[in-house]
Design a protein around this ligand. Structure first.
Ligand SMILES: Cc1cc2nc3c(=O)[nH]c(=O)nc-3n(C[C@H](O)[C@H](O)[C@H](O)COP(=O)(O)O)c2cc1C
Length: 238
């Protein structure tokens, strides 16, 4: 029998037959919360330091329009490193740029490359330990990834579309159903790293949660059970 984590995942997928279904509250929730009756300490607006991290945090936006120019292979390598690069090795673990619950790293990175210098267009998997890109399918998949992302044209116009999948058992083997929560937190950390790295390199980036799960999985050759796509991001020059 499927655990509740797996059931939650399956009941929240998008497919062409099943979009925007499921329960939702009658009214929207208040966007901000305040404890009106409690004492408060007013903080000054912080002066944002000049350092690159602070400026990237300040200026980061989701950018959805890209130039047709390719990004360089060096930029791509930097972005992949920012997402999941190995930064330290301790017995049994390869620690990375992004945190991961239990250092179990359930997230795999795939790329649909549309326009990257010195790289054939196609679908790639990132081999983290070797720091190499494995070409799974050569060809122009820009239209297919656009269609699979509910027709969001940024996926066709992007130089690269990052696709993160989860190998759930890496996490659930230790954490059972709760592992499903951690998988999505991990993906969020990775994507935020990508946003900030793009901002620093002057590239545009947009996280994408709206996609047909099954179509993206078929594109990558994933079985949707043991490994399934969970989050995408488009990247391009802007
Ligand atoms: C989990 C998640 C899923 C998102 N999915 C999409 C998406 O499918 N399409 C899109 O255009 N933007 C998507 N976004 C970007 C949000 O729309 C964006 O972050 C939000 O409007 C705030 O704007 P900002 O990122 O420029 O600050 C997503 C962001 C997150 C965090």
């Amino acid at each position: 029998m499927a655990g509740i984590g797996e059931e939650f995942f399956k009941r929240t997928i998008y497919s062409r037959q099943r979009q925007f279904t499921g329960s939702r509250p009658k009214n929207p929730a208040e966007p901000f919360k305040a404890y009106a009756q409690k004492p408060r300490i007013k903080l000054e607006n912080p002066a944002i330091p000049d350092g690159s991290l602070w400026q990237c945090l300040k200026h980061r936006r989701s950018r959805r329009e890209y130039k047709r120019e390719p990004i360089s292979q060096k930029q791509l390598a930097l972005l992949l490193w920012a997402c999941q690069g190995v930064t330290s090795e301790i017995p049994g673990f390869f620690l990375r740029t992004a945190p991961s619950a239990g250092a179990l790293y359930p997230i795999e990175s795939y790329l649909v490359l549309n326009r990257v210098e010195q790289m054939e267009p196609g679908i790639y998997h990132w081999n983290i330990l070797e720091q190499s890109l494995e070409l799974l399918k050569p060809g122009d998949f820009s239209h297919q990834i656009e269609a699979a992302a509910l027709g969001q044209d940024m996926c066709r116009e992007a130089a690269a579309v990052f696709i993160w999948s989860a190998i759930f058992a890496r996490s659930t083997y230790k954490y059972s159903d709760r592992g499903y929560r951690y998988v999505f937190m991990d993906a969020g950390h990775i994507c935020q790293n990508l946003y900030l790295a793009c901002e620093d390199l002057g590239l545009g980036c947009c996280g994408i949660g709206a996609f047909f799960d099954d179509e993206v999985d078929v594109l990558l050759g994933l079985d949707s059970e043991n490994e399934a796509s969970v989050y995408l991001a488009a990247v391009g020059k802007c």
